[in-house]
Every structure is written in structure tokens, then in C-alpha cells.
Design a protein around this ligand. Structure first.
Ligand code: FMN
Length: 191
């Protein structure tokens, strides 16, 4: 299996890093594109450096390299996730303004009708952002907000991160055991 992983400059680069770690463990081929702002958020939000994160991927690309293989639909992939996805990158995808490799690859992924997952992160949202989400959803992308759940009783931040990454892998069809699936509960007994 071959996936494209994009990391943009929204808060929550830990999600993208964890996705790369787990996909490496699962022996999934990964092609990584980091935006310039992502490199800055990595510096501000983590104690990791960009080179170490790039080493987690099978191959890493420069954001300005619009001539890279990923730019063409003839380079086959099984899908793409942008994790996290900034509002700026969302806006670029929604408007078809593909002026960097990440935006171009997302455009290609949609035109080839391959799965595209956008882990958008912002709060609160303005109407332009909400409408951009609707636009990309109508064009076939899956909008999967970085929205933590608590029904699985997380104990650590890592538990929250793994749950979100697990939801992404579910959409992309990657088998994993990052979280325990909800099995339902019996309704309370009638009194
Ligand atoms: C520490 C930090 C956190 C940020 N968090 C967000 C965020 O959660 N969502 C967002 O849309 N932009 C966020 N931004 C702003 C983006 O990085 C900025 O809009 C940038 O131009 C996005 O570019 P890119 O999409 O090419 O990565 C953040 C910036 C910094 C420095």
C-alpha cells in the first residue's frame, strides 16, 4: 500500500508524526510533504526536528517541487491524508489554487478519485472555512476534524492522538489496533 502524507502548519503536528510512525510499523509506503509552516509548528510544538520526521517516511519531498512524481496522476497511490490540515491549505484545495506540492497532490488525488482525508484544525470557524469544508466534501474529500473523543476513556494525550490517527486509518482502509472499537452498551434496566 502507498499513501501520501501531508503535514501543514495547523496545530497538532503530533497527529501527523504519529501517523508516520504507525504506518512505518505497518510497513505502508509513505510519501511525505511538509509545508514551510509545518516545519515551524514542528519547532514550536514538539522537541523533534524536521529531519527526524522526514526519516519516518519512505520518501520526503520539498514543498516547492511541483515537478515531483506526486504532481502527476500517473504516479499511483492508494490515497492521501493531510494531518493536520490548516485553513489555508483547506482554502487552497477548495479553490483549486495549487501553488505548492501539497496542494497539487491533493488536487491530483481528488481528480483521480482516490481517497483524500483532511484532518482540519481550527476553532471557532468562520463561514468561509465552513463553506470550504463543504466544497471539498462535495468534491469527494473526507473532512475528518481533529476533534478528540472521550467515550474510550483516554488517560493520556497519546491515547487521544492514537484514537484520531486510528479514525484516519479506518477511512484509508489500513488495518490497525490503535484504539478499541465501540461494542455498544446495554440500555439501563427498567425500574
Ligand atoms: C503554532 C502555530 C499554530 C497554528 N495553528 C493553526 C491551526 O490550528 N489552524 C490553522 O488553520 N492555522 C494555524 N496556524 C497558522 C498556519 O500555520 C498559517 O496559516 C500558515 O500559513 C499555513 O500554511 P500551510 O497551510 O501552507 O501550512 C498556526 C500557526 C502556528 C505558528
Amino acid at each position: 500500500m502507498r499513501l501520501v502524507i501531508g503535514i501543514s502548519g495547523a496545530s497538532g503536528v503530533a497527529y501527523g508524526i504519529r501517523a508516520l510512525e504507525i504506518l512505518k510499523e505497518l510497513k505502508v509506503e509513505t510519501h511525505l510533504v511538509l509545508t514551510t509552516a509545518a516545519c515551524e509548528t514542528i519547532r514550536l510544538e514538539t522537541n523533534k526536528n524536521v529531519a527526524d520526521i522526514e526519516k519516518l517516511a519512505t520518501k520526503s519531498y520539498r514543498i516547492g517541487n511541483v515537478a515531483a512524481s506526486l504532481s502527476s496522476g500517473s504516479f499511483r497511490t492508494d490515497g492521501m491524508v493531510i494531518i493536520p490540515c490548516s485553513m489555508k491549505t483547506l482554502g487552497g484545495i477548495a479553490s483549486g489554487y495549487s501553488d505548492n506540492l501539497l496542494l497539487r497532490t491533493a488536487e491530483v488525488t481528488m481528480k483521480e478519485r482516490r481517497p483524500l482525508v483532511l484532518v482540519v484544525r481550527e476553532t471557532p470557524l468562520n463561514l468561509i472555512q465552513i463553506e470550504n469544508m463543504a466544497t471539498v466534501a462535495r468534491a469527494g474529500a473526507v473532512v475528518l476534524p481533529a476533534m478528540p473523543a472521550f467515550y474510550h476513556k483516554p488517560k493520556t494525550i497519546d491515547d487521544l492522538v492514537d484514537h484520531l490517527v486510528g479514525k484516519v486509518l479506518d477511512v484509508l482502509g489500513v488495518e490497525h489496533d490503535l484504539y478499541s472499537r465501540w461494542k455498544g452498551v446495554d440500555p439501563p434496566k427498567r425500574t
